[in-house]
Design a protein around this ligand. Structure first.
Ligand code: ATP
Ligand code: MG
Length: 466
C-alpha cells in the first residue's frame, strides 16, 4: 500500500501530454455487498493487468461488458481494462503487449496458458469528443480518438449505462457514473446522453442496443428506442467491414433468434441480409424460409450457449439458403441442368447479398462448399459417399444437411443414413449402401415418395430443387 502511494507521488502525470478535463459527476461507489460480483468469475489475467498498472501508480479498472456480465452473474467472454496510463506506458509494463489501432489506439496484453492465449484489451481513458474537437480540426480524424481524458469523460463516451461501470478488483468496488446498477435492477438498457445524438455519432450503437437487449432480456428505455425508427437508415453509412463484424457478433451472441426479432421490431433489418428483408416482413410466401432460419438460429444459439463452436461460413450459408433455393428452382424451371443451376444460383445469391452487407471472402468460400455439397448427399452409390466423406468440409456440409432434415426440407431418412454411414465400419458401410440401393433400386426415390406425403412445401427435396 505504501509503495503504491509513493509510486503514485513520484510518477509524472501520465496524461500530461494530452489531458482534456471536464468536471462534475462523481461516480456512485458500490460496495461488494451491493454489487455482489463473484471474484471467482474474474479472469486472473485481467486482475494481473489491473494489479500491475495500480502497482505502477496508475488507475486501472475492469470495464464495459465484463462488469455488466459479472453483475449479472455471467462469466464474461472477454475482459477490457481502462486506465489513465497512456498506451506507451501500458506497453512498458508487460512482456507481451502490442499497440493496436491508429484511430482508436489500445494495447493488447497477451497471456499464454493451458488453452488458447487470453488477450486483455487495455484502453486509456478517452476525452469527450467535444473536448477533442480542436484536435479534429488540427489533425483530422486519426488523432481524434486518441485524446486522453478523465475517467468521468471516458464513462460519458460509453454507450449504455450498464456498460459504463468500472470495477476495481483490489478493493472490489464498482464505480458507477451513469446509474448502471439501478438500470440493471430495473432491467433497462439506457443510452448515455442524448440517444439521437449518440446514434448519429455512431449508428452501430443501434445494433448494439438490439444485441444487448436480446442477450440480457432487458427492455430498451423509451428515450433510447424512440429515435431508432427515424435513424435506422444511418446503418448504411457504416463501413461494410464494421457492419459485418457487428452482425456477426449479433448472430454469434447465443441469442441470435431473439436479436433478429429485435432487428425486425426496430425496423433495422432492411438491407442487411436479403432474406431478413422478406422473411421478417412476414411475407406469406416466406413461411418456410422463416421456419428454416428460426431452426438454424435456435440451433446456433444452443451450440453457442453450450460452448460449442459455430462457423460464420456455416451460419451465413443457412441464412442465405432460402434465397438460394428460390434461385436454384427458377434456374431449373428455365431448363438449366441441376448442378449448373445450383452454381448459377450461388453466384446470384452472393451477388445480391453483396449489394447489402458484404460477407467476407473467406466465409464466402465456406458457404459455397457447404451448398455445393448438398446434392452430393443424395448420391449413395459407387464411390460417391466415400469421396464425399473425405472432402475437407464434410462435417459442415453434413451438419447443414441434418439441419435441412430437421426443418423437413430434406427427408430425415437421409440424415439417419449418413449418421449411420459415418459411424459404421467398412462391412457396415457396404450394407448401408446396399440398403439404400435395395429400397427402390434408386437411392433417391424413397426420399421423393415420403416427402410428398409428409410435407406440403414446394421446397426442393432431392438433388433437384423441385
Ligand atoms: P461484448 O464484449 O459482450 O460484446 P461489450 O459491452 O464488452 O460487449 P465491446 O465491443 O467489447 O462490448 O466494448 C467494450 C466497451 O466499450 C462497451 O461495454 C462500451 O462501454 C464501450 N463501447 C464499445 N463500442 C462502443 C460504441 N460503439 N459506442 C460507445 N461505447 C462503446
Ligand atoms: Mg467486451
Amino acid at each position: 500500500m505504501i509503495t503504491k502511494f509513493i509510486k503514485r507521488i513520484l510518477r509524472r502525470d501520465p496524461m500530461d501530454r494530452h489531458v482534456q478535463t471536464s468536471h462534475s459527476g462523481a461516480p456512485k461507489r458500490i460496495s461488494k455487498k451491493a454489487h455482489r460480483i463473484d471474484p471467482h468469475l474474474l479472469s486472473k489475467n485481467a486482475v494481473k493487468v489491473t494489479d500491475t498498472l495500480q502497482q505502477a501508480g496508475y488507475e486501472a479498472f475492469i470495464v464495459g461488458g465484463a462488469v455488466r456480465d459479472l453483475a449479472l452473474g455471467i462469466s464474461p467472454k472477454d475482459f477490457d481494462v481502462a486506465t489513465n496510463a497512456t498506451p506507451e506506458q501500458v506497453q512498458k509494463l508487460f512482456r507481451k503487449a502490442r499497440l493496436i489501432g491508429r484511430r482508436f489506439q489500445i494495447v493488447h496484453v497477451t497471456f499464454f496458458g493451458k488453452g488458447a492465449p487470453e488477450i486483455i484489451e487495455v484502453s486509456t481513458f478517452r476525452a469527450l469528443l467535444e473536448n477533442a474537437g480542436e484536435h479534429v480540426a488540427e489533425n483530422g480524424r486519426i488523432l481524434r480518438d486518441n485524446v486522453w481524458g478523465s475517467q468521468h469523460e471516458d464513462a460519458a463516451r460509453r454507450d449504455f449505462s450498464i456498460n459504463a461501470m468500472y470495477y476495481d478488483p483490489s478493493s472490489e468496488t464498482v464505480l458507477d457514473y451513469h446509474g448502471g446498477m439501478v438500470d440493471m435492477q430495473k432491467k433497462v438498457l439506457r443510452m448515455i446522453g442524448d440517444p439521437a445524438k449518440r446514434y448519429r455519432e455512431d449508428p452501430i450503437r443501434m445494433l448494439r442496443a438490439i444485441r444487448f437487449a436480446a442477450k440480457t432480456g432487458f427492455n430498451l428505455d423509451l428515450a433510447t428506442s424512440a429515435p431508432i425508427a427515424k435513424l435506422s437508415k444511418l446503418i448504411h453509412d457504416v463501413p461494410s467491414a464494421r457492419l459485418f463484424d457487428e452482425i456477426l457478433k449479433l448472430l454469434m451472441s447465443g441469442y441470435s433468434w431473439a436479436a433478429v426479432q429485435g432487428l425486425r421490431n426496430a425496423g433495422l433489418h432492411h438491407g442487411l441480409l436479403p432474406l431478413l428483408d422478406h422473411i421478417l416482413d412476414n411475407d406469406p410466401d416466406s413461411k418456410e424460409a422463416n421456419e428454416f432460419v428460426r431452426v438454424a438460429l435456435e440451433n446456433t444459439d444452443q451450440r453457442i450457449r453450450s460452448g460449442k463452436s459455430v462457423s460464420a461460413g456455416f451460419l451465413f450459408a443457412t441464412l442465405l439458403w432460402p434465397d438460394l433455393l428460390i434461385n436454384w428452382k427458377r434456374n431449373i424451371a428455365k431448363g438449366m441442368a441441376n448442378i449448373a443451376a445450383l452454381h448459377d444460383a450461388m453466384d446470384e445469391t452472393i451477388a445480391t447479398q453483396s449489394s447489402g452487407m458484404v460477407i467476407q471472402r473467406r466465409f464466402e468460400s465456406d458457404m459455397r462448399e457447404i451448398w455445393a455439397m448438398q446434392p452430393r448427399f443424395e448420391r449413395r452409390v459407387g464411390r460417391y459417399p466415400f469421396r464425399l466423406i473425405e472432402s475437407p468440409r464434410f462435417r459442415a456440409g453434413y451438419d447443414f444437411m441434418l439441419l435441412r432434415c430437421t426443418t423437413g426440407e430434406q427427408n430425415s431418412d437421409l440424415g439417419e443414413w449418413w449418421t449411420s454411414f459415418i459411424a459404421a465400419d467398412s462391412v457396415g458401410q457396404e450394407a448401408l449402401m446396399a440398403s439404400a440401393k435395395n429400397n427402390t433400386g434408386n437411392p433417391n426415390s424413397p426420399t421423393k415418395k415420403r416427402r410428398r406425403r409428409k410435407v406440403k412445401s414446394n421446397a426442393p427435396t432431392e438433388d433437384t430443387p423441385n
